[in-house]
Design a protein around this ligand. Structure first.
Ligand SMILES: O=C(O)CCC(=O)C(=O)O
Ligand SMILES: [Fe+2]
Length: 264
C-alpha cells in the first residue's frame, strides 16, 4: 500500500540541521583501494527503473565494507533530535554529517564510480552515448557532493517518506567547479532484516522517463533490500520519486550517502 501523501512534501533535510554541527577536524577515512581491487568485478549499472533508479551490485567488496564498519562506529554519530524541522521528513537514526571534499573526491576517483557513470570504465552492457548519459544524469557529472552523510539504523529505526532535494554546491579545486546535485547515492555497507529503501512511482515521476501512461494499473512500489556493498542511485530534485527507508527489524543498516553533481 502506498503511503498517504501529505499535502506538504517532506524533504530529506540534506541542507543540514542547526542541531547537528559540522565537525572541524579531518576524518581519517580508511583507504578505498581494498586488497581485491575493483577491476576484476565486472561492475555495471543496472537500470532498475529506467531513468530513475540504478543499482551497482558488489560495488564495494566485503573487505572494504568490513574496514568501514570497523571505523564508522568511532565517529560521533548523532541520534536524531526528537522533532524534525518544518517540512523535513521524520528520520529516526544515528547520523554523522561532514563537508569533506577530499573524501568525496576519493569516492569518485578511487572507486569505479567515475568510470561507470561517465562510461570510461564499464565492463558490460549499458552502452550509452555521451548524450544519453547527459540526459540520464542531468548534465556532465563532475564528482560527488562533498556533503557526506553516514547513517546507522538499529532495530526500530527508519527514514519516513520524503523527496530528496537538488542542491547547489561548489566542488573545490583549481579552478573550483560550480555544480548541482541530480542523483542521490546510497552505498549500503550491511545486509539486515527490514530497512528496505522503497520507492513509490507515480505516473508523473515515471511517465517522461519510463513511458508509462495514465490509465495503466497503479505502479507497484520498488523495494531495494540493503545488501553489503550494493550502491543505489536515484534521480532527485523535481523528478524525485517518493521514497522511504523502512524500519529495521533486525541487525544494523549502515549507509554512506552522497549525491552525483553536474556542472552548472
Ligand atoms: O536509508 C535509506 O534507505 C534512505 C535514505 C534516504 O532516503 C536519504 O538519505 O535521503
Ligand atoms: Fe531520500
Amino acid at each position: 500500500m502506498p503511503p498517504k501523501k501529505s499535502k506538504v512534501k517532506s524533504h530529506d533535510g540534506s541542507t543540514g540541521s542547526a542541531a547537528q554541527k559540522q565537525p572541524k577536524y579531518p576524518v581519517d577515512w580508511p583507504q578505498l583501494n581494498s586488497k581485491r581491487g575493483y577491476h576484476d568485478q565486472n561492475l555495471s549499472l543496472h537500470q532498475l527503473v529506467p531513468g530513475q533508479i540504478i543499482t551497482i551490485p558488489r560495488f564495494w567488496d566485503p573487505a572494504l565494507c568490513k574496514a568501514y564498519l570497523q571505523f564508522l562506529p568511532t565517529l560521533p554519530l548523532i541520534t536524531t533530535p526528537g522533532k524534525p524541522r518544518k517540512g523535513d521528513a521524520v528520520r529516526v537514526n544515528d547520523r554523522f554529517q561532514i563537508d569533506d571534499a577530499q573524501f568525496a573526491e576519493k569516492l569518485w576517483l578511487e572507486t569505479p564510480l567515475r568510470g561507470l557513470i561517465t562510461g570510461t570504465g564499464e565492463s558490460s552492457g549499458n552502452e550509452m552515448s555521451p548524450e544519453q548519459r547527459r540526459e540520464l544524469f542531468g548534465g556532465e557529472v563532475v564528482g560527488l557532493n562533498p556533503n557526506i552523510r553516514i547513517y546507522r539504523y538499529t532495530k526500530g529505526q527508519f527514514f519516513d517518506c520524503h523527496y530528496d532535494d537538488s542542491n547547489l554546491v561548489t566542488i573545490p579545486g583549481d579552478p573550483s567547479i560550480p555544480a548541482r546535485t541530480t542523483w542521490t547515492l546510497l552505498l549500503y555497507l550491511t545486509s539486515c532484516s527490514g530497512g528496505e529503501t522503497v520507492f513509490y512511482p507515480s505516473s508523473e515521476s515515471t511517465s517522461k522517463k519510463n513511458k508509462s501512461s495514465k490509465g495503466e494499473a497503479p505502479l507497484q512500489p520498488v523495494s531495494i533490500a540493503p545488501d553489503a556493498g550494493l550502491a543505489l542511485l536515484h534521480r532527485h530534485g523535481a523528478d524525485c520519486m517518493l521514497h522511504e527507508g523502512r524500519e529495521v527489524s533486525g541487525g544494523e543498516k549502515w549507509v554512506i550517502r552522497s549525491d552525483l553533481c553536474v556542472r552548472r
